[in-house]
Each structure stands twice: as structure tokens, then as C-alpha cells.
Write a protein that binds this ligand. Structure first.
Ligand code: OSB
Ligand code: MG
Length: 375
């Protein structure tokens, strides 16, 4: 799917997304939907579309098929012996959550234990070629009512750029995301961010670091938020104990699913660490899961759950996800709460693979598709 605008971070420029969509067909005909957030390249994390497909096909689906699951938490338990591969696990676990909610006639939010009927929405703005182009983007985002603005930064596109935005927008809730572009040698530079009253700086240091972030947090007043470094509740516990961050961004894909995300959320709540929902340029399917997750009570900061039109010319859910002045009304229909735009999904689908359960019959429309070759 082509993005409306290229999305540039310190690690890559994305112009489109290749996305693995998973449909889980229940014996009763219920279909659960989910999306793997893995990218085409292993630049955000080690997982990719291909590794996700291999893990699902060769390991996760065979483990799940034939297993009786009474609650999606059991999916998380079933896969607990597997090291990492969180995005692949999250994809299959998310589809089971959707199916579970639909079978109970409950929205995913309610089935999951969410408590909010609306979620607060921020926007993530990629690196722009010039400050003027960035100011235009920020201005449009402020006009649209986003509850906070996040800008990507990297060495050479930081202090002067942030100053230019702050000068024009002195009161807007502003934060930056470095996606691991700095090192401890940059402490003097990162200290200069302190004058801009940023809500937080997200993942300034290495993707696999917790210790250096604790050193940095002691040297700057801007709160550090961790993204890439946190794959589990255990990671979060260590980061909190060391003082490596004051805020955590939770992404279902990165932490291995909704059940794992809730555990992490609860741990953060116990320690007074606010959380927010990160984004991975999802389609409406992954976005719907993110919205449901954001209804847990400790998601107190606006998330990267911008509406469909921020990313896509056409989304694969219907109605598309919309917001009103930075607020999304949580859907109340069963499961993810949005229908699939099947015509669009079929049009975007380049290949499909069916993993049958014990010889059960599949709708012929599915088997018409070209198989996906992952090896
Ligand atoms: O670091 O939060 C990130 C997109 C892809 C990979 C990593 C990140 C992002 C974003 C975009 O910041 C968030 C969104 O989906 O709007
Ligand atoms: Mg981030």
C-alpha cells in the first residue's frame, strides 16, 4: 500500500508498506483479523514481513491448530517458550482476540478490559527536507486538532529545527523521536533540547540499550520515553528500576500481543509510569487493535493512532478511521469494530497463503489467490 506521503525517520524513508494481514477462521465461521507490523526491512527491529510469514507458517499456526483456546491469554501462554518473534506472535494473538470478542458480541475494547469510550490522538511527523516544510506540516496538524505533535529528529536535524517549531507554536504539546540516532557522546547536544519544554524524547539511544538511557536521563530534564528497547514487562521493570525512562510507548507488535501489552501496562501503572500507544504506519486493522489497547486506563498520553486519511488514499477497513479534533470514538461493534473493505483488500493483496486446519473446507474466494512463497 502506497503511503500518501513518504515517512522519513533517522533509519529509513518509507514510501509504501508491504503488510502481512492475518485472517483466523473459526470453526463457527467467525473471522478474526490482525496485522503484523513488521516492515519489509529489519531496520526498526529484526523482524520482517518474511520472517513473520515463516514463523507463522512453520511454527505458530501449527502449534495453535488443534489446540482448544478458551481465552486469548492462553495463546500468549502457548507461545511463551518462543524467544522473541514478538511481531509474528502478536499477529496471530491479535486475530484470536478479535475472534474471541466477536464470538461474545463484545467490542475488542470491552473484551480486553478497556475502560474508555474515546481515545486521545497525536500525530507523528517524519523528517522533512526543510524547516519550512515541517512548519507547514505542524501547522496543519495543529489545525486538525491533534492532541500532541511528535517530530522525528536526527543529528543535524534537531536543535535549530525544534527551535523553529517552538517559536511558531509556543504552547503546543510537542515531543521528538530519535529512533536510536544518538549516543552518550551527544549528551551536551541533547541537554540543549531541555529549553524547548518537550513532553519527552523517544528512544534517543541504541535500540537494545537500557543502561545508557539511565545515564542520559540523569543528565537531561526532558523525560526519556522508551520504544525500541522495551520488548517485555521484564525489560520495562529493569528500565524503571534503573531510571532509564519516565514514560513508555507500547506497541502490541513489539511486545508480543495484546495480553503482553496489558501486563506491561499494568506494571507501568503500578510504578507511576504513564504509557501511550505507538504506531507502525498500520492499516485500519492494526489501528483498530491499537485503539482498543489505548482504552486501558494508564494510556494517559495521546497515542500515534492518527486517522486512516493521515496515511492512506484508501484504507482496508470501512468506515475508515476518523477523528474529531484529536479524539477517536472507540467503536462499539463486535471485535475490532470496523468492517473489512474486502474489495480494497483484494485489490491490494499480492499473494496469499492458506494454512488449513485438519482438512477443513475454505471459501473458494480465498484459494483463488496466488500462494505466497516465503522461502
Ligand atoms: O518509532 O514510533 C516509531 C513508524 C514506523 C516505525 C517506527 C515508528 C514509527 C512512527 C509512526 O513514529 C507512528 C504512526 O504510525 O503514525
Ligand atoms: Mg518511536
Amino acid at each position: 500500500m502506497d503511503l500518501k506521503h513518504p515517512f522519513q525517520t533517522s533509519f529509513s524513508t518509507q514510501v509504501d508498506r508491504e503488510i502481512l494481514i492475518l485472517e483466523a477462521h473459526g470453526a463457527d465461521g467467525t473471522i478474526g483479523y490482525s496485522e503484523s507490523v513488521a516492515g519489509r526491512d529489519p531496520f526498526y527491529s529484526e523482524e520482517t514481513v518474511s520472517t513473520t510469514a515463516v514463523m507463522l507458517k512453520e511454527l505458530l499456526v501449527p502449534m495453535l491448530i488443534g489446540t482448544t483456546i478458551d481465552h486469548p491469554d492462553e495463546v500468549s501462554q502457548l507461545f511463551a517458550p518462543i524467544r522473541r518473534n514478538n511481531m509474528a506472535i502478536s499477529a496471530i494473538e491479535g486475530a484470536m482476540w478479535d475472534m474471541y470478542a466477536k464470538q461474545r458480541g463484545a467490542s475488542l475494547s470491552i473484551a480486553f478490559g478497556g475502560t474508555k469510550s474515546q481515545v486521545q490522538v497525536g500525530v507523528s511527523i517524519g523528517l522533512q527536507p526543510t524547516d519550512a516544510a515541517l512548519l507547514e506540516k505542524v501547522s496543519a496538524a495543529v489545525d486538525a486538532g491533534f492532541k500532541r505533535i511528535k517530530m522525528k529528529v536526527k543529528p543535524g536535524r534537531d536543535v535549530d529545527m525544534i527551535r523553529a517549531v517552538r517559536r511558531e507554536f509556543p504552547d503546543v504539546l510537542l515531543m521528538v523521536d530519535a529512533n536510536s540516532a544518538y549516543t552518550l557522546d551527544d549528551i551536551p547536544l541533547l541537554q540543549r533540547f531541555d529549553e524547548f519544554n518537550l513532553m519527552m524524547i523517544e528512544q534517543p539511544l541504541a535500540h537494545d540499550d537500557i543502561i545508557d538511557h539511565a545515564v542520559l536521563q540523569k543528565a537531561i530534564s526532558t523525560p526519556v520515553c522508551l520504544d525500541e528497547s522495551i520488548h517485555s514487562s521484564a525489560d520495562a521493570r529493569k528500565a524503571i528500576a534503573l531510571g532509564a525512562c519516565q514514560i513508555i510507548n507500547i506497541k502490541t507488535g513489539r511486545v508480543g500481543g495484546l495480553t503482553a501489552a496489558k501486563k506491561l501496562h499494568d506494571l507501568c501503572a503500578e510504578h507511576g509510569i504513564p504509557v501511550w500507544c505507538g504506531g507502525m504506519l498500520e492499516t485500519g486493522i492494526g489501528r483498530a487493535h491499537n485503539i482498543a489497547m489505548s482504552t486501558l486506563p494508564n494510556f494517559v498520553l495521546p497515542g500515534d493512532t492518527a486517522p486512516s486519511a493521515n496515511y492512506w488514499h484508501e484504507d482496508i477497513v470501512t468506515p475508515e478511521i476518523t477523528m474529531n479534533r484529536g479524539v477517536i470514538d472507540v467503536p462499539t461493534a463486535p471485535g475490532i469494530g470496523y468492517d473489512i473493505n474486502q474489495e480494497a483488500l483484494d485489490r491490494f493483496t499480492q499473494s496469499m497463503e492458506i494454512w488449513p486446519a485438519n482438512g477443513a473446507a475454505y471459501p473458494s474466494t480465498l484459494s483463488d489467490k496466488e500462494p505466497l512463497h516465503v522461502s
